[in-house]
Design a binder for this molecule. Structure first.
Ligand SMILES: [Fe+2]
Ligand SMILES: [Fe+2]
Length: 271
């Protein structure tokens, strides 16, 4: 039986806005791509929208880089509903986390949880050094990312506080990757095995929506759906845009309606 979604949210990741092109990253085109994405979210009347990290890429100096964040924040303002800004590693190349969130006009901390229509959402921050200190102003190597012991403790308490709520996780860095990549993939958080044990043990976490691995991915593992959204920055022009509207059913099941190069995803009965 088809179930009406409890929640619908818009999501895009890895826009990497900057005045440059490198590799397959057409950074400057991301402002126009984001404008199309935001107009779609507004038209679709989603319940909220999510920036899933790496909104900007680097500039010659922090003043210019702050301008990139302000440019993208101004485009995001075209969606009138609530935004949740998930931090990515590139966002803290030149800034502290607090500074970047302020540039985006975000009034929330780096990690927190919220509820919409009976669904619990947890925003995670995978931008920590091995000792738990914050990534800030480029003091890190992108492929050694941690949630931190403090955040894992908070996750434990937060999950315990809502034992009956279907729960969806939002995180830039990856909590899991498909075989044969698995935990050896540098996009996966170093403490992902501990985090997954927590999420699987909680019994009501149904989905993880992540970014960072630009090609995107989808998989089911131990009862949890993992959606890696494709990077908005890949390729020139609007024909290479990538973003999604994700529907969450009352029991927490995820369906992805992909736009541009973002793939659709539906969990089939019995899959
Ligand atoms: Fe990225
Ligand atoms: Fe990233």
């Amino acid at each position: 039986m088809t179930q009406l979604p409890a929640v619908r949210f818009g999501v895009f990741g890895d826009a990497h806005y900057a005045k440059k092109i490198y590799g397959n990253r057409h950074c400057e085109d991301s402002a126009a791509k984001l404008a199309e994405c935001v107009a779609t979210f507004q038209h679709a009347r989603v319940d909220f929208s999510v920036c899933l990290g790496d909104l900007i890429d680097s500039a010659a100096d922090p003043v210019m880089e702050a301008g990139y964040a302000r440019t993208m924040a101004a485009v995001m303002a075209g969606y009138a509903g609530p935004w949740h800004i998930v931090l990515g590693n590139h966002d803290v190349n030149a800034f502290t986390k607090a500074r970047f969130l302020k540039l985006c006009a975000a009034g929330h901390p780096p990690w927190y949880s919220f509820e919409v229509n009976g669904i619990h959402f947890m925003v995670l921050d995978g931008n920590h050094l091995a000792d738990g200190r914050d990534y800030e102003e480029g003091n890190f190597s992108w492929d050694e990312a941690w949630l931190s012991a403090a955040q894992l403790d908070w996750m434990t308490a937060d999950l315990a506080s809502v034992p009956d709520r279907p729960t969806v996780i939002l995180c830039h860095e990856n909590l899991a990757q498909k075989p044969p990549r698995d935990d050896a993939d540098p996009h996966v958080l170093r403490d992902a095995p501990r985090a997954r044990a927590l999420l699987e043990g909680a019994g009501m976490v149904t989905g993880v929506v992540q970014a960072h691995y630009h090609e995107g991915m989808e998989m089911e593992r131990n009862g949890i759906t993992y959606i890696g959204v494709r990077a908005m920055v890949i390729g020139p022009g609007l024909e290479n845009n990538a973003f999604a509207v994700v529907s969450v059913s009352a029991d927490g099941g995820l369906t992805v309606d992909g736009y541009g190069q973002q793939r659709d995803y539906t969990l089939h009965e019995g899959a």
